[in-house]
Design a binder for this molecule. Structure first.
Ligand SMILES: [Zn+2]
Length: 81
């Protein structure tokens, strides 16, 4: 388990759309896995971050697909997950 985050960025969308997308994603998480939802704005670009506990889908080092991997180590580069 690691702290993961999913980013929702606006560009052309409105805050309402971002909030709905973030809310929809957060709703797919188990209640105890959701840590928090934060937001910020940068040059008229809105960003919403959903922070949650989970298993990463890909290696942060080499992007190898880790779906179903339970060894705690990337089989491709050896990075501990
Ligand atoms: Zn790797």
């Amino acid at each position: 388990m690691r702290v993961l985050s999913k980013m929702f960025r606006s560009s052309f969308k409105s805050w309402e759309v971002l909030q709905r997308q973030a809310g929809q994603f957060a709703s797919t998480l188990a209640r105890e896995d959701l840590i928090s939802i934060s937001h910020s704005e940068d040059h008229n670009d809105g960003v919403i971050m959903v922070w949650y506990w989970g298993e990463p889908e890909s290696c942060p080092q080499c992007a190898y697909n880790l779906k179903g991997n339970e060894s705690g180590r990337c089989p491709e580069c050896g990075t501990s997950i």
